[in-house]
Structure formats: C-alpha cells, structure tokens
Design a binder for this molecule. Sequence first.
Ligand SMILES: [Zn+2]
Length: 144
Amino acid sequence: MKPYWEKLKDPRWQRKRLEVMQRDDFKCVWCKSDDSELHVHHGFYRRGAEPWEHDDGELWTLCRKCHDHATQLDECMRSVIGRMRPSQIYILFFIVAAFKRHIQKIDVDPADFGEWADAFDPFIQSLPQFESEIVNMLNKGRIN
Ligand SMILES: [Zn+2]
C-alpha cells in the first residue's frame, strides 16, 4: 500500500484537487486569500477511501495558514469528542446536524463576531425543537 504522500501525486487526486480549487475560485474558502499557497483540505477521511474518492462536498480549498488551523481545530474537536460518553456524542450529533442545516442558509464572516452573534441567535432559539427528538430517543432506550 502506497504511503499517503505518494497517493497525493496520483493523477486522480491532482484532477480532483484542481476541480475543487476551480469550484472555490482559487481562493481560500476561509480567509478568501488568493495570493498564497493553496491546499485542498479533506473535511474528514472516509475509511478505506482514496484521497480522490471523497465527494466534492467533503473537500475545501484552504491557504496554508487556514489549512494548519483547520487541522488543529479537527484534532482539538476529536480530543473533546473522544472524552465524551457515546450517549453525549449522540446528542451532540443532533445539535451539529441542526447547526449544519442552519448555517447552510447564511454566509457568516468568521472574523465578525457581531455577525456570528446575529446568526447564532435564531439557531439557539431553534434548539428546543430538537429537545423532544432527543427525549424520544432517551425514552426508547436507544441511548444511555
Ligand atoms: Zn486562508
């Protein structure tokens, strides 16, 4: 089996990488920089999948700085989740799914906390809707 760095030389990855960068207009999707070294970030790695076998929606063009930041955030998030009980992760999943649905409707500047606060308020307001879903799961004994 080829090491990962060698797989990134594969023409199938090179093509996929170019397609993602074209979709993202050759700009970092985080800081919008277009004058620095660009990387294509895997949002996650699907077990057994080659780097080029990931869906476009799992790949993001990032500058080196934002790619490093995204990788650190990913590791940090995994360490937080890794210390949670599986039942807590189950609940977190619903919160994240609700957040994903909410955030897809808006385009928030990550550097503008005022904008974030405005965007989060309706999300926080919508969370009680998910409470009954979570309580139902707990009552069915699906999580403990
Ligand atoms: Zn960037």
